[in-house]
Design a protein around this ligand. Sequence first.
Ligand code: ZN
Ligand code: CU
Length: 486
Amino acid sequence: MHNETSFDILIRGGAIIDGTKRPRYTADVAIRGERIVGIGDFSQHTAATEIDATGLVVAPGFIDSHTHDDQALLSQPDLPFKVSQGVTTVVTGNCGISIAPLRAGTALPSPLNLLDAGNERFTTFGAYLDALRASPSAVNVVPMVGHTNFRTIVMDDLERAATPDEVEAMKALLEEALAAGAVGMSTGTYYPPAAAATEQEVTEVSRPLAARRALYVSHIRNEADRCLESLEETFRIGHEVSTPILLSHHKLMRKANFGKSTVTLRRIEEEMQRQCVNLDCYPYTASSTMLHLDEERLQGRVTLASCEPYPHFAGRDLQDIADEWGVSRVEASKRLQPASAIYYSMDEEDVQRILAFERTMIGSDGVPAGERPHPRLWGTFARVLGRYSRDVQLFPLETAVWKMTGLTAEVFGLEQRGQVARDFHADITIFDPATVQDLADYDHPTRPAQGIEAVIVNGAVAYRSGVHRHTRTGKVLARKPADAAA
Ligand code: ZN
Ligand code: CU
């Protein structure tokens, strides 16, 4: 269908920030089929779709290194909250929880129910990937599997460590997921269903990762008073297993720990000399996850993001609800389950220091459920570009883009993605550097970002001038069997 001189898409005259930290340069980008086929001067050529990018930045499509979109990919396949901020690829299965595998017919303990699984149960990881391939979404998926899932499948009691037999059963489940294409396994020993997992349990279950150099992804045991000890545990596990580590959403919670990111980052940097350590961060001072049930974790201001028994309470302060009911915060939390919440618990300086740390990737940790999600779901990437790069000048725009594209593709081993380069897959985000900005905030958490002009996923325009095209051209970027060690 194509002759030598015509293209499917031509992006004319934009400033290319290519995802490698190289300074921007002006050129046209030519796309044919699913690939970038040329970068240069194409003023004499035509294309079926032409985009004038004069005054705009042409960047690789953003890769969200930390999501909980496992189920949303199937139930909300347009993923407007991702596409509208320029995200073209999401990494799923974080914090120890994934949508597969699960045991058929069982209710899900928190935080697994954050994934909004409904009654659907994929009993193997492969079955989930098959479903994604059979019904593609708007974005690419880099799938990971959760250790907490394994515990819920093989253990009759989650409040103890696994026995050697249970560890073997979990290893077999991990092998299945890796063979199907999982790029890593995450753990969430912070959360009740995995809190009783010992360092030894996690180490033994993780061993199958090493043969494929698959990622060991850690929502560490404690991100507050025991953050440093928890980092050490994760470092020991990665070192013992001998596989790359990814520290999820690095942060310091609670006032007593404000400022300690100077210490943790120094320690992470030091450990990077010894083994492969990666990390990501979201650009907000509030966290969001399940509504906790213990006093310690309910300290500070807490608002509800979603609430199954009382959906209209979303957005309200936990303290208000407790006062209205005349009960303690813990008791109110019990009555509100299952629910998710927002915790106002971090220091702006720590967030900026962690974001600016050389190897920190951008991951939203957005939870796509409920009426009042944390604004990071809709705002993360535009916020890093607009607020932290342009306004606060934490780092140049080239660095900001690299932290959400080239670096992330390198960490997850994504081939020919994460850069605007010839022969690469045509995942591209075009934005206005002068106006790009997150508009989602705690009061209006689902407002789309501004300044994202066009988003292209595998050569198809998914979003342009604020309009979602309902394209479903996302692919499953599973680890290929050929990548496995012989
Ligand atoms: Zn987490
Ligand atoms: Cu998470």
